[in-house]
Design a protein around this ligand. Structure first.
Ligand SMILES: C[S@@+](CC[C@H](N)C(=O)[O-])C[C@H]1O[C@@H](n2cnc3c(N)ncnc32)[C@H](O)[C@@H]1O
Length: 218
């Protein structure tokens, strides 16, 4: 209901509608050519401070002493909420300050990140922008033993209309909870935590995947 109200509000606001249409067109073009929206993400105004709430929830699931590789680091808010014994390593399409691993998760081949010795990779609000998630999962399973994922889940069998709705905000895929879990399972992970965190924007899905060949994380 809230989402419907938000959509109606957007439709009644011409500047927002124009921006939505521009983003929709860009997303469709980028999706077609498997490219990333570097122009958008280089603009810091695109990084919503409200997403800090999600970072705080994610941080609660990360054990002290972990080396944390934060893909799509954005404002690096996760860094502030981690236990001080953790080592924080930001990774993003554009530099997010000192120590950023600059990489495009839509490019292939993806680099070898073994030297970072990360214990856990975080994907908070970033998988939505990735064209080929299965090959990304296959790659990350060779880089880190665990992944913490926060992803805006689609309904099972999401229809064309909902897919268009997702494209308006720049999202290029639409996985349901079951599909996302299956993807990580096929990549050699098992799901250890499947829950929601409450934010002012609504419930935020949190999934923790652990490589099958390794022991439990928590
Ligand atoms: C919605 S923001 C989420 C930021 C942060 N994780 C948070 O929760 O606040 C998406 C982030 O993913 C990054 N991103 C988008 N496409 C990417 C790509 N192809 N490769 C790497 N990072 C990407 C953006 O630069 C941005 O920092």
């Amino acid at each position: 209901m809230n989402r419907l109200r938000r959509t109606l509000r957007r439709l009644r606001n011409p500047p927002v509608l124009r921006r939505d249409m521009r983003l929709l067109w860009t997303t469709l073009r980028l999706r077609l050519f498997s490219r990333s929206d570097t122009l958008r993400w280089a603009d810091e105004r695109e990084l919503n401070p409200q997403w800090d709430e999600r970072a705080e929830i994610v941080a609660h699931h990360i054990p002290a002493g972990s080396r944390v590789l934060d893909f799509g680091a954005g404002r690096r808010s996760l860094e502030r909420f981690l236990d001080p014994t953790c080592v924080y390593i930001p990774a993003d399409l554009v530099s997010r300050g000192p120590g950023t691993v600059v990489l495009d998760l839509n490019r292939r081949p993806l680099p070898d990140l073994h030297d970072l010795h990360a214990d856990i990779a975080v994907f908070a609000g970033v998988l939505e922008y990735i064209r080929d998630v299965p090959s990304l999962v296959e790659w990350v399973s060779r880089q880190v033993p665990a992944c913490l994922v926060s992803y805006q889940l689609a309904q099972p069998r999401t229809g064309a209309l909902r897919r268009w709705g997702r494209a308006v905000v720049g999202w290029v895929n639409a996985y349901s909870r079951e599909e996302l879990q299956r993807l990580f399972e096929q990549g050699g992970f098992r799901c250890e935590i499947d829950t929601f965190g409450e934010t002012s924007e609504g419930p935020e899905p949190i999934l923790l995947f652990r490589r099958i060949s390794d022991g439990p994380l928590l």
